[in-house]
Design a protein around this ligand. Structure first.
Ligand code: TRP
Length: 334
């Protein structure tokens, strides 16, 4: 990795099945950013256990997600792709940062409130301090930018607040990170309720296209996508279903909404839906092939997991040691 490049950190949870929204809204952007930045892309398995998980399923999904990172085009020689739980500095820095975060701040986190409501039988301390672990993830690598969905905005703000507080006390220890929200067009909505984000956990089987869906699944879901009775292919507020299909088609084919409108001017919704399905499948097909190929190469994936965790640990420990010294932990005898 080149030293003069800016540092990028982002992470994804291996819970639920990833959707086309995760790919077009996040992973695809990660790939295009990877030329420009020194990138750390983490599988944040420590965050996942803030909600109860089946251990076997979590382990399998974590590996599938890391394989997908590579399959989507992130080169593990140029980017650091690793499991959070393999780099102990995350948990160690999170502990220290817990002591620099106020309960009042955490009480304001809207994601905590939402999740506490959803998992009212298990409102654990980890769920509460989730944003602090996320701050540790980001600050460990002196990250300059953090690509995230807009639902993570508050978590980036608290990260910046914690970092500034620490820097004010101890000098310039942490780089203050900037969020990066990507292109606006890439916010993919539910096919059934286009005012809602496409979600990994939607109960309606037709609402989300999953990355591992077969071409037939994709076709069926596109055909059933909710539209309207206006009958014109236009990109506007009044036609949220169509607008979403235009966004999906545009993101897959790398075309602007205006170009898509023009291409389908005068055509019917049925034809357009078939074209959307074909566009989605043209993106998913190579992804499926690449993931299937990688899955067969167990030794290669294992070596990526090992090497990249070592590289991440090396970078992370530099920051951790500095922080430990600042807060007054005894020096290590060599
Ligand atoms: N909380 C993020 C999400 O659910 C995942 C995440 C954990 C993350 N640590 C991170 C994202 C650090 C960016 C940077 O989407």
């Amino acid at each position: 990795m080149l030293d003069n490049r800016k540092v990028l950190f982002s992470g994804m949870q291996a819970t639920g099945n990833l959707t086309l929204g995760n790919y077009l809204g996040a992973l695809k952007n990660w790939v295009s950013l990877s030329d420009e930045y020194d990138c750390f892309y983490c599988v944040v398995d420590e965050h996942s256990i803030t909600v109860r998980q089946d251990p076997g399923v979590l382990r399998k999904r974590a590996r599938a997600l890391l394989t997908l990172y590579i399959g989507a085009g992130l080169d593990p020689e140029k980017n650091c792709l690793y499991y959070q739980s393999h780099v102990s500095a995350h948990a160690e820095l999170a502990w220290i940062l817990n002591c620099f975060t106020y309960m009042g701040e955490l009480n304001r986190m809207t994601q905590f409130k939402d999740k506490a409501e959803k998992h009212s039988d298990n409102i654990n301390a980890g769920l509460y301090t989730y944003p602090v672990l996320m701050a540790a993830d980001i600050l460990l690598f002196q990250s300059d930018i953090v690509p995230v969905g807009s639902d993570q905005k508050q978590h980036i703000e608290i990260t910046r607040d914690i970092a500034e507080r620490f820097n004010n006390l101890y000098g310039d220890v942490f780089t203050i990170p900037e969020p990066y929200f990507g292109k606006t067009g890439a916010r993919i909505m539910s096919l059934q309720e286009p005012e809602k984000k496409m979600s990994k956990s939607d109960e309606n089987p037709n609402a989300s296209i999953y990355l591992m869906d077969s071409p037939d699944d994709v076709l069926r879901k596109c055909k059933r996508a909710v539209t309207d009775s206006i009958g014109e292919i236009r990109y506007c507020e009044e036609q949220p279903g169509l607008r979403n299909l235009i966004d999906i088609y545009g993101a897959c084919m790398e075309k602007s909404p205006a170009e898509v409108e023009k291409e389908f001017a005068g055509k019917g919704y049925g034809d357009f839906k078939l074209a959307v399905a074909e566009a989605v499948n043209s993106v998913l097909r190579p992804l499926h092939e690449e993931v299937a190929r990688l899955e067969k190469d167990k030794a290669y994936i294992d070596s990526v997991i090992k090497n990249n965790a070592e590289r991440a640990a090396y970078a992370a420990n530099k920051t951790l040691r500095k922080v430990q010294k600042k807060v007054g932990f005894p020096e290590r005898v060599r």
